[in-house]
Every structure is written in structure tokens, then in C-alpha cells.
Design a protein around this ligand. Structure first.
Ligand code: BTN
Length: 320
């Protein structure tokens, strides 16, 4: 009911809506309406109430609820069901808890994560209200082996969504998006599968949107940045989130329907932070250096090592 009232107010921003009119529309009492309006105010909505005129919405809070992104969303299933939390341990953990019973495309999003997880067991800084911390639940009917390349769909979606709002970024195969060599987005893809069947994939995407320098621990200052720091302006999180979900669906549907991720790979290639650079590939204890040549049609990184041997790398930690 609260969201229905919110939608009505949002669709009638120019005029006052009387408590009587709203209560007739939804068949609830005026005092119930008053309570819902108060809850909305507590959530950060600025709502003017004038006696004998009614209610009018003045401004909306900077929160990433479905109601706040829906206007910019043009997907059919990605992000059509959003679990929104003010604070949570980790959106990936929550997404894995609910994945089996939820529809594909469900998104878990939080303003704050108390134990945000990065790759290789690292912590992920998730400053409250300043980033996009989300996990997308996917259920492709694909061979589990093919899942590694799904991450490239996430990276390409973030890169294109940023371009849509005028921000140029590079993709550091396979999990990161960087600006001027500093990380602004990391992706953690986790899978639950049987031998030849995927139960679900959870793709966790973390984007440093409006973080300030003091939000980063000292050891990350040289390695990570935020869009706000790089662009010297506050970024609209709602619009960016909707763009990412839109772009994600655009690149995911061909993969889901016909195992085609050519578009995402093309974007990763064209905006690569690695191609033609000297790179180190870190696999456990082993570090090998070489030159990144390409990202092939299977989404693997093609590297020529110092001994002249060319290899297609499937996964691993890369440093430039
Ligand atoms: C990495 O670069 O190491 C991956 C970082 C992934 C961070 C995101 S934030 C949303 C989701 N929830 C998590 O706990 N981690 C991912």
C-alpha cells in the first residue's frame, strides 16, 4: 500500500492529492494514509501536507529502491524484483540464501554492507549510501564451465552504463572496471551447480560511486577511486543503477538464448585496460609475466609470455 501511495504521488507531482481521494482510490482509511505518508517521510521523502488541499511530493531521497529506479528501467526481467536493504552483511550472501526460490533477474541491493566480500577472500569497502552494492541472481541453462565468461557481461554492462552518462572507463579483464588505472568497480561471481547443471549464479557488483577519499583505507588510495573523485562531480546513483541493469539484460539475453556473448566481449576488447600492456598473471604461488594480446571469442585473455609461448588464460588475477 505504501508503494502504491508513493507511485500515485510521484505520478501527480504538480498537484495536491487529498487524503479523501487517496483513500477512495485504494479503499483504506484517511488515518491509514496519514501513517503511510509518515513512513515515507521517515524514509526521506519530502512530502508537503496542506490542510484542505492534501499531499504533494517535493523531493525523493537518494536511495536505490525499486520505486526509485523503475522509471529509468527498461528491462523485462533483470531488476524487476529488487530486495532492498539499508544494511546487510553482504548482498552476495543474501542473494545465495534466496536464489533457489527466486526468479532469475532478482537483484539484492544494500546501502551498506557490514562484511562486503571481494575476490580471494578480501574485504570490500562499502560506504553507506555512496556506492552501488548489488547482486544479480541468474539461472542460465548453460554448462557450468561457461560461467566464467558471464563476468564479462557484468563488466561490459558497467562500462557501457558509465558511457551512457558520459564517463569513459576501461575494463581490466575479467572482473574490474578502472578509470586512469584505479579501480572503480569489482565483480564477484559465485555459482551453485551440479556436474552439468547450474542451479544459480550470483553476480555481485560493487561500484564506488560517490565515495570520498576518506572512505578508502590508506592502502587502497593508490589502487582504487570513485566516480565522484575521478569526475569531480556527484553522480546520480539511481540513473546509473538503472543503466547498468538495462545494459546487463541487453548483453545477457543473447548469452542465455544462444550462448552468444560476442557483444560483451567486443566491449571488453575495445575498452581493455590490458591489451598491448605488459601483464603479470598470478595463479596461487606462481607469477608469470608477458604481454596481453587480445581477448578471444571465448572471453579468454590471450597472453604472449616471455618465453614466446602464447596462452589463452581462462581465469586468474592480473596486474599491469
Ligand atoms: C573484487 O573486486 O574483489 C570483487 C568485489 C565485489 C564487491 C561486490 S559489492 C556487492 C557484492 N556483495 C559483496 O559482498 N561483494 C559484491
Amino acid at each position: 500500500m505504501k508503494n502504491k501511495i508513493l507511485k500515485l504521488l510521484k505520478n501527480n507531482k504538480e498537484e495536491f492529492l487529498s487524503g479523501e481521494k487517496i483513500s477512495e482510490e485504494f479503499g483504506v482509511t484517511r488515518s491509514a494514509i496519514w501513517k503511510y505518508i509518515n513512513t515515507l517521510k521517515e524514509e526521506g521523502y519530502e512530502i508537503e501536507s496542506v490542510s484542505r488541499k492534501g499531499y504533494r511530493i517535493i523531493s525523493e531521497p537518494d536511495i536505490l529502491t525499486y520505486e526509485e529506479v523503475e522509471n529509468d528501467l527498461n528491462t523485462s526481467f533483470i531488476g524487476r524484483n529488487i530486495y532492498y536493504f539499508n544494511t546487510i552483511s553482504s548482498t552476495n550472501i543474501k542473494a545465495k540464501e534466496i536464489a533457489l526460490k527466486e526468479l532469475e533477474g532478482t537483484v539484492v541491493i544494500a546501502e551498506d554492507q557490514t562484511t562486503g566480500k571481494g575476490r580471494l577472500g578480501r574485504d570490500w569497502v562499502s560506504s553507506k549510501g555512496r556506492g552501488i552494492w548489488m547482486s544479480i541472481i541468474l539461472k542460465p541453462e548453460a554448462d557450468p564451465i561457461k560461467v566464467a565468461k558471464i563476468t564479462l557481461i557484468g563488466a561490459a554492462a558497467v562500462n557501457k552504463a558509465l558511457e551512457d552518462i558520459g564517463i569513459k572507463s576501461q575494463i581490466k579483464w575479467p572482473n574490474d572496471v578502472v578509470i586512469n588505472g584505479k579501480k572503480i568497480c569489482g565483480i564477484l561471481t559465485e555459482m551453485n551447480c551440479e556436474l552439468n547443471m547450474i542451479n544459480y549464479v550470483v553476480m555481485g557488483i560493487g561500484i564506488n560511486v560517490n565515495l570520498q577519499e576518506e572512505d578508502f583505507p590508506k592502502n587502497l588510495i593508490d589502487k582504487a577511486t570513485s566516480l565522484k573523485i575521478a569526475e569531480k562531480r556527484e553522480i546520480n546513483r539511481k540513473k546509473l543503477l538503472a543503466n547498468i541493469l538495462n545494459r546487463f539484460e541487453e548483453f545477457y539475453i543473447p548469452f542465455k538464448n544462444s550462448d552468444d556473448i560476442s557483444k560483451a566481449i567486443e566491449i571488453c576488447r575495445e575498452n581493455s585496460a590490458l591489451i598491448n600492456k605488459e601483464v603479470s598473471i598470478i595463479k596461487g604461488e606462481e607469477i608469470k609475466t608477458g604481454k596481453a594480446l587480445d581477448i578471444n571469442e571465448e572471453g579468454k585473455l590471450v597472453v604472449m609470455f616471455e618465453n614466446g609461448i602464447v596462452e589463452n588464460i581462462f581465469s586468474g588475477e592480473v596486474s599491469v
